[in-house]
Design a binder for this molecule. Structure first.
Ligand code: IPM
Ligand code: MG
Length: 356
């Protein structure tokens, strides 16, 4: 098969982890007889430096014309002083919206070989962590109206959170379909004791659930959910929630696995095209030092192979290569424990390629 992949290297450690991941994709292409064509799409701080804006039209066009998008990470302190409409993050939000990527999937899974890095008490960790956060990605307060004005001599800021039924319904369907392939339990998270958007969320998800009688649906308030994720994460299978709650809970969920540098994510809308990225940020403190862990991005590429290109064997090969490298004891700094063999970003990439 021939596939065109838009490549957003981004800022900080982005270029290093994406570089290694393209090497892994090349190894997959060679082994399985595919052709992957990479099209560079500058976005984020580097695009502000070069073009003055975080998402140049040419990059957006490249992404829209590709079969999928691979993203490293964007942002960093260098661009903190940018006006909010021109921050690196704006580029990402605009791209999500323009591509119609309404579903963000972030697995929280503890790798058996890395269970010692789990920050939870060992009896809690022993029950296992294997759930998925399905986050609504292009609605809610992120995309409501934002205003700052002076009222009665002081500044007043307003961010509007809004949801329509169809925005809730389409992401709820994704969650139920995913649960069907897993342990058949959806936990919908909201703040229905306070927010109208949450009351609509709860009502709409409950209505969608009628089409999935084989899947159990539970509702949970977001404050309770934040607590339950550390108290007993084994109770969760598929979590579905709105944009801001999902942003917060998915960071919490990835951290309890002990290996935030290892976790990939996918963003999808209608159709096969998606955007794939690691969960972690641009880590400017270690950028350019060959210290970053490329595994989150490599596993994001595996998700791309599986979900956008329907290449299950190829995705399996990538995931098996990562497992094998970990089994052999190779570790980047973020997941290093006693007895591990410390390697940098480049060497980790090479080891993974060698196992493809
Ligand atoms: C994420 C990030 C983004 C978000 C930022 C960079 C805009 O935190 O992907 O979770 O809030 O969605
Ligand atoms: Mg976030």
């Amino acid at each position: 098969m021939n596939k065109t992949i838009a490549v957003i290297r981004g800022d900080g450690i982005g270029p290093e982890i994406v570089g290694e991941t393209l090497g892994v994709l090349d190894a997959v292409a060679q082994k399985f007889g595919h052709t992957f064509t990479y099209k560079e799409a500058p976005m984020g701080g580097c695009a502000i430096d070069e073009f003055g804006v975080p998402l140049p039209d040419s990059s957006l066009e490249t992404c829209l014309a590709s079969d999928s998008v691979l993203l490293g990470a964007v942002g960093g302190p260098k661009w903190d002083a940018q006006p909010s409409a021109n921050r690196p993050e704006r580029g990402l939000l605009k791209l999500r919206e323009a591509m119609g990527l309404y579903t963000n999937v972030r697995p929280a899974r503890m790798f058996p070989d890395l269970s010692a890095a789990c920050p939870l008490r060992s009896d809690i960790a022993a029950r296992g962590i294997d759930f998925v956060v399905v986050r609504e990605l292009i609605g809610g307060v992120y995309f409501g109206q934002h205003t700052t004005e002076t009222v009665d001599g002081e500044q007043k800021a307003v961010d509007i959170m809004s949801y329509t039924e169809h925005e809730i319904r389409r992401v709820a369907h994704v969650a139920f379909q995913m649960a069907r392939k897993r342990r058949k339990r959806v936990t919908s998270i909201d703040k229905a004791n306070v927010l109208d958007t949450s009351r609509l969320w709860r009502k709409t998800v409950t209505a969608v659930a009628e089409e999935y009688p084989d899947v159990e649906l539970l509702h949970m308030y977001v404050d309770n959910a934040a607590m339950q994720i550390v108290r007993d994460p084994s109770q969760f299978d598929v979590i579905v929630t709105e944009n801001l709650f999902g942003d917060i809970l998915s960071d919490e969920a990835s951290q309890i696995t002990g290996s935030i540098g290892m976790i990939p994510s996918s963003s999808m809308g209608e159709g096969a095209r998606g955007m794939y990225e690691p969960i972690h940020g641009s880590a400017p403190d270690i950028a350019g030092q060959d210290k970053a862990n490329p595994i989150g991005t490599v596993l994001a590429a595996a998700m791309m192979l599986r979900y956008s290109f329907d290449m299950a064997a190829e995705a399996d090969a990538v995931e098996a290569a990562v497992d094998a490298v970990l089994k052999e004891g190779w570790r980047c700094g973020d997941i290093m424990q006693g007895g591990g063999k410390l390697v940098g970003c480049r060497e980790m990439g090479r080891l993974i390629r060698e196992h493809i």
